[in-house]
Design a protein around this ligand. Structure first.
Ligand code: ADP
Ligand code: MG
Length: 614
């Protein structure tokens, strides 16, 4: 038999379309050919299991080879193979009614559509000027055939000799794509796409170092792990197995904190292992490390819109044949299966954390600092996760103690209610910088939380909006008495005129780069003469706008502070009588210094003045 024909594309020649639109991910051709080989192998195994195939299975390894002189790549399998009729049906008659129109519409998602429309095999024409299929069906007495096509709708098909059943696909590369035949390039692609395929893939031979020389052994080099961790039963696995698999996936990463083994059969199929990585303070760096597989074939490591955004911070593997991988991302977002899978994963993540909270609290506390950013982010972005997370989240106080939300509320309830019956959560964002304020709060018997994550402002805002009758107040946002106002404090006894005069006196010596609002308060003789505070709201919104999240005008406004003068302090009383400018400067500078606001010339003036006073 020898025949020529035209490939059955009804509307137009498919080849320019392939070349034009599928340019972005040329390299996936190898994945497509190898996954076809895997399919063919598994089909034969299924036939054997049913008893339809009674012959010898023999070695089922899929073999990849290349020739850098002839510029070819060959993928060989010992699967079902094809008869001439099957080649005609599955290869020649591309069921493609309006290829051009469709591809035009989805040109940005080339990678996603290839498999879906049976373009898998044809993706080889992105890199090959000529493709040959040499195939022999598993059925007894089959005639082997050779199909050849040079990237135009014409093909030839002829009888050929082939000893073994199965298929060889030979790509003759375009000169500009010759580099794909290089061993290193093929290794790279195999590593990326085929590391966990369920059938052994051999490329090259094993090598060994002996006496300072690399020698090639007579043993196939198998590039994949046919039973990756996520396909195994959790009960058969040890912590070490999870850790070493993580190391395989991310060779440079630090050890993960925890992991979850996903295993669902109904109503959708989903398996995988998700790891909680150590997240320091850079959300972006750790994002998008989850690898998505479809029946152990690598699809993408960009799982945006497939899992909730905060989960993109996790690492690991998700494998599901039920996620429609071959369609556009916008389609994915509205796919009901994807939604179900998403909420399932969110629930499993919450389950796991709750389980650790209940059964291994010390482990949770130990890892909390590295975990909390992930949890805060999840609470901020997923309503459902917020509800769950309030049950297992921890607060850490300034002394390094970890308490659950409920425990903490109980702990501060008796002492930290203000006069309006609101529970006040005092917090610091930096133990060193806010040291003085923390000490004052602790002297008053208050507990201070350490909220030092970059999401703090947003997180605190969220908690205030969700929890009833609570306020979050940073320790430096008001004078000690007013942090948790218990009753109205007495006003300084000063006439309006004098107050204005005094205010001007202080205002005069303050730095002009920021705005200061001067006020007077009775704080008792134990407190400092002057305290600088920064109102909770202004500061919080400034921080939120710096992180992004609306209200950007805040970022452009000058910093604003309150300068509170302790009317009862002897030095202030002295200033009332003497109006001594140096004394005013001195007490103000001390307060500025305590807040790291005294710099440059002002600082050296202060030092000189201090020496003079001594
Ligand atoms: P898909 O894999 O999505 O069906 P492809 O374009 O990748 O689409 O392949 C088209 C068809 O060609 C396959 O469904 C299969 O019937 C046949 N085929 C491709 N490669 C092989 C192979 N190595 N062995 C047997 N049949 C194959
Ligand atoms: Mg395919």
């Amino acid at each position: 038999m020898k025949n020529k024909g035209t490939i059955g594309v009804t509307t137009q020649d498919i080849f320019p379309v392939i070349k034009k639109f599928l340019y972005s991910d040329h390299e996936i051709f190898l994945r497509e050919l190898i996954s076809n080989a895997v399919d063919a192998t598994q089909k034969l195994k299924a036939l054997a299991a049913k008893g339809d195939f009674k012959g010898e299975m023999g070695d089922m390894t899929i073999r990849i080879s290349s020739d850098t002189e002839k510029h070819t790549i060959t993928v060989s399998d010992r699967g079902v193979g094809m008869t001439a009729e099957e080649v005609d049906k599955y290869i020649n008659q591309i069921a493609f009614s309006s290829a051009g129109e469709f591809l035009e519409k989805y040109k940005d998602q080339a990678n996603n559509i290839i498999g879906h429309f049976g373009l898998g095999f044809y993706s080889s024409f992105m890199v090959a000027k000529k493709v040959e299929i040499i195939t022999k069906s598993w059925q007894e007495g089959s005639q082997a055939v050779r199909w050849t096509c040079k990237g135009s709708p014409e093909y030839t098909m002829e009888d050929t000799e082939k000893e073994d059943r199965g298929t060889d696909i030979v790509l003759h590369l375009y000169s500009e794509h010759e580099s794909y035949a290089q061993e290193s390039k093929i290794n790279e692609l195999l590593y990326k796409y085929c590391s966990f395929l369920p059938v052994e893939i051999a490329f090259g031979k094993e090598k060994e170092w002996k006496d300072g020389k690399e020698i090639v052994l007579d043993k196939d080099r198998i590039i994949n792990d046919v039973n990756p961790l996520w396909t195994k039963k959790p009960t058969d696995l040890k912590d070490e197995d999870y850790k070493s698999f993580y190391g395989k996936l991310y060779p440079m990463a630090e050890e993960p904190l925890f992991w979850i083994h996903l295993n669902v059969d109904y109503p959708f199929k989903l398996s995988g292992v998700l790891y909680f990585p150590k997240i320091k303070d850079k959300l972006e760096v750790t994002r998008n490390k989850i690898q998505l597989y479809c029946n152990q074939v690598f699809v993408t490591d960009n799982v945006e819109h497939i899992v909730p955004e905060f989960l993109t911070l996790l690492h690991g593997v998700i494998d599901s044949p039920d996620i429609p991988l071959n369609v556009s991302r916008s389609y994915l977002q509205s796919d009901p299966n994807v939604k179900k899978i998403s909420s399932h994963i969110t629930r499993k993540v919450a389950d796991r954390l709750e389980e650790i909270f209940k059964n291994d609290r010390p482990a949770l506390e130990e890892k909390w600092d590295n975990l909390k950013l992930f949890i805060e982010y999840g609470m901020l972005t997923e309503e459902k996760f917020y509800e769950r997370a309030t049950k297992f989240s921890l607060f850490k106080n300034i002394d390094g103690k970890y308490l659950s939300f409920d425990q903490y509320a109980q702990c501060i309830e008796s002492n930290q209610k203000d006069k309006d019956n609101k529970l006040v959560y005092l917090y610091a964002t930096n133990k060193e910088e806010q040291f003085a304020y923390i000490s004052v709060a602790k002297e008053k018997g208050y507990d201070v939380l350490l909220l030092d994550s970059p999401l703090c402002a947003h997180f605190v805002n969220l908690l205030e909006s969700k929890m009833k009758d609570v306020r979050f107040v940073r320790v430096d946002s008001d004078t000690p008495e007013k942090l948790i106002p218990k009753e109205d404090v007495s006003k300084p006894d000063m006439k309006e005129e004098e107050e204005k005069e005094m205010r001007d006196l202080f205002q005069d010596v303050l730095p002009k780069e920021a705005t200061f609002t001067v006020s007077f308060e009775n704080m008792g003789t134990q407190q400092l003469p002057v305290i600088i505070t920064q109102g909770e709201w202004m500061r919080r919104y400034r921080e939120m706008s710096a992180l992004g999240g609306g209200m950007n005008f805040m970022g452009t406004m000058p910093e604003s502070y309150n300068l509170v003068v302790n009317f009862e302090h002897p030095l202030v009383q002295k200033i009332r009588q003497t109006k001594d400018k140096d004394l005013v400067s001195q007490v103000c500078d001390l307060a500025l210094l305590a807040n790291n606001l005294l710099r440059g010339e002002s600082l050296s003036t202060f030092i000189k003045r201090s020496v003079d006073l001594l």
